[in-house]
Ligand binder design. Structure first.
Ligand code: SAH
Ligand code: SF4
Ligand code: F3S
Length: 436
């Protein structure tokens, strides 16, 4: 095979995979490759996979199979992300089409792996080196108006249903100085908003400094107007972080704080180390600090042993919190996790029915939250063109997507008078464009 000139990276799963996909693209760019254009066959395809729910591996292998071209040829194929980490050597046994298997902590070594694969030597690298990959990646140059920045990786929480502690390894915090430098590069490259990422982002720490002090530092970076962070775990929701919501204007009024279930029995079986009540008390404190904050969450329905009464407690907590948005999933047994072998797994039809009821309840609250914005004028950071001609899409401080007809360019901050609310977006008219 000749060495690849073009690449395509497909990222699945969470925002950390999106971030890793961007870093891989920059790395391949620095090696002289370019992204394949639409419709063009890429010489190298990277499947940056997610392992969180059922049939993740099967889906990845069928995606690999579809990369074979009509004439029987194929691109160089790299399996990356969490399925790659979980499958390791097994991936090459299951599909000979795969040339490289590279885990989330090893992708800085892709250039070497590509050179080897081009010379006919496939490789597997799922090392989780103690030194981070970040130092081996090129500096950030160009950025959209809203950028992701991974600050924390891995998880030590071991919720009984979850594969992340196995695919992403133990919790590690990136050094403060690295993060600060990357934030400055992103702002120089065009970012006005940065979302700090981590599987447990609020567990970030360095020598006594916590996420709140990192946020306070970044708030001082000139040109950085909006800071967000995700995903947080309730047990790491400390007083300092809550206080930052009260007095750091750059910190956006939005908190994604998954609860998973409203039943203490289920939370205990999930090994969540919080109760419904302790979660609600956190929400109370956060709201006291920042009354207009939008709360979002994740839910799992049909965890083993979940009785109707447990599920009703989940509906109850949804009503108590009044989520601005939330993701909900049917429990999916993951091989190797403790919950997969628990008794009283819940039948699919019961899960389907509960998921529907939960999503209807969440939609009531998110619609109400969005409706409450009608008549207000809100600052919107313009991110991209909308589907209709002349239309742009941006985000409100509360992470709502806002559609507006305007000639304001991508990257501008505009004031939009909200006229219309749907469960997942807002519409409005321009009240004031940014002074040029
Ligand atoms: N670290 C984050 C997110 C992890 S994965 C956190 O703890 O909040 C994102 C979401 O996927 C989880 O919050 C959970 O709701 C869901 N999830 C994880 N494992 C799952 C499984 N086995 N079945 C169904 N949903 C799952
Ligand atoms: Fe998974 Fe729980 Fe860790 Fe989140 S906190 S990544 S759900 S084990
Ligand atoms: Fe999926 Fe891995 Fe993220 S399993 S949710 S891509 S950490």
């Amino acid at each position: 095979m000749t060495s690849p000139n073009t690449f395509r990276i497909k990222s699945f799963g969470c925002q950390m995979n999106v971030y890793d996909g961007e870093r891989m693209a920059e790395l391949l760019g620095a090696e002289g490759m370019r992204p394949a254009s639409d419709g063009e066959d890429a010489d190298l395809v990277v499947l940056n996979t997610c392992h969180i729910r059922e049939k993740a591996a099967e889906k990845a292998y069928s995606d690999v199979g579809r990369l074979r071209r009509e004439d029987g040829s194929k691109p160089l194929i790299a399996l990356a992300g969490c399925v790659a980490q979980a499958e390791g050597e097994e991936a090459r046994r299951r599909s000979k089409l795969i040339d490289m298997v590279v885990g989330p902590q090893a992708y800085h070594r892709l250039p070497k792996m590509i050179a080897a694969a081009t010379a006919g030597r496939p490789s597997v690298d799922t090392d989780m080196p103690a030194a981070t990959k970040f130092g081996a990646l090129p500096r950030r140059r160009r950025s959209g108006p809203s950028a992701f920045l991974s600050v924390q990786e891995g998880c030590d929480k071991f919720c009984t249903y979850c594969v992340v502690p196995y695919t992403r390894g133990a919790e590690i915090s990136r050094p403060f100085a690295d993060i600060a430098a990357e934030a400055e590069q992103l702002v120089e490259g065009g970012a006005r908003e940065i979302t700090l990422l981590g599987q447990n982002v609020n567990a970030w720490e360095e020598g006594g400094r916590d996420l709140a002090s990192l946020i306070r530092h970044l708030a001082g970076v000139g040109g950085l107007e909006r800071i967000r962070y995700t995903t947080s775990h309730p047990v790491n929701m400390g007083e300092a972080l809550i206080a930052a919501h009260a007095d750091v204007p750059e910190l956006m009024p939005y908190l994604h704080l998954p609860v998973q279930s409203g039943s203490d029995a289920i939370l205990h079986a999930m090994n969540r180390s919080h109760t419904a009540d302790s979660y609600l008390r956190i929400i109370e404190r956060v709201r006291a600090a920042r009354p207009d904050i939008a709360i979002s969450g994740d839910f799992i329905v049909g965890f083993p042993g979940e009785a109707e009464a447990d599920f009703e407690r989940t509906l109850q907590i949804v009503d108590e919190v009044r989520y601005a948005s939330a993701f909900s999933f049917k429990y999916s047994p993951r091989p190797g996790t403790p919950a997969a072998t628990m008794e009283s797994q819940i039948p699919q039809p019961v899960m389907d029915e509960r998921l529907q009821r939960l999503q209807a309840r969440i939609a009531e609250h998110s619609t109400a939250f969005n409706r409450a914005t009608i008549g207000k004028t809100v600052p919107v950071l313009v991110e991209k063109p909308g589907r209709r001609p002349g239309q742009m899409i941006g985000k409100s401080p509360w992470l709502q997507s806002v559609f507006v007809t305007t000639d304001a360019p991508v990257g501008s901050m505009i004031e939009v008078a909200i006229t219309e609310a749907l469960p997942n977006s807002l519409g409005g008219v321009i009240a004031r464009a940014e002074a040029a």
